[in-house]
Write a new protein. Structure first.
Length: 199
């Protein structure tokens, strides 16, 4: 009979060899697709990009879109750029820029011209990105759950918590959609009601 130490040593040796033979990374679950090829060489992509550019140019010239209807472009500025993360090229697959005539000279960076290097104030767009990332990662089922479930410090006995708000009735979805009924600067009333000042 083999002693227990010898069996343990043999098992550890086998495990070490198996670990060395295993690939370093695991593949993603689901189907594997080849990386996208650079679209500029694809005739179908080139035709779609040209049609999109023609639509944008028509919007600028006529103030009308076949898809969206009337658009007042005199005070709307946009920058559209499409890129591929699988391409080794730094070139955009598509780019289109429009600076509103009523806003000429209002850009804050560079030489004042609108291009790929223009710095933009993104404001509340980050809220959308955060919500979309949450939906992709967690799904819709969490949107109807109360905030107090995830931040129990907000709710006190009976569900009424900081600032006199019933956090058991405010859901993640209502916060994300700015439909919770909370005031804009509600954090200040929370701070004053929940922090005791001692001398």
């Amino acid at each position: 009979m083999i002693p227990a130490t010898s069996r343990l040593l043999a098992a550890l040796t086998f495990a070490a060899q198996a670990a060395l033979a295993a690939p370093a990374t695991c593949g993603l679950l689901g189907p594997a697709y080849p990386p996208a090829t650079h679209g500029l060489s694809n005739p179908a992509y080139a035709a779609a990009a040209e049609a999109f550019k023609a639509e944008l140019d028509a919007i600028v010239q006529t103030g009308n879109s076949s898809l969206l209807g009337a658009m007042y472009t005199a005070n709307v500025t946009w920058s559209i750029a499409v890129f591929s993360s699988s391409s080794s090229s730094d070139d955009f697959l598509f780019e289109h820029y429009h600076e509103a005539p009523d806003l000429k000279g209002s850009l804050t960076a560079g030489d004042g011209s609108l291009d790929k290097d223009t710095l933009w104030r993104i404001g509340s767009v980050t809220k959308l990105v955060t919500v979309y990332a949450f939906l992709i990662g967690a799904g819709w089922e969490y949107f109807d759950e109360p905030v107090a479930k995830y931040v129990p410090e907000l709710a006190k006995k009976g569900g009424i918590g900081a600032g006199g708000v019933d956090w058991n009735r405010i859901t993640l979805g209502s916060l994300a959609g700015q439909l919770s009924g909370l005031a804009r600067d509600c954090e200040f009333s929370f701070a004053s009601s929940s922090i005791s000042h001692s001398s």
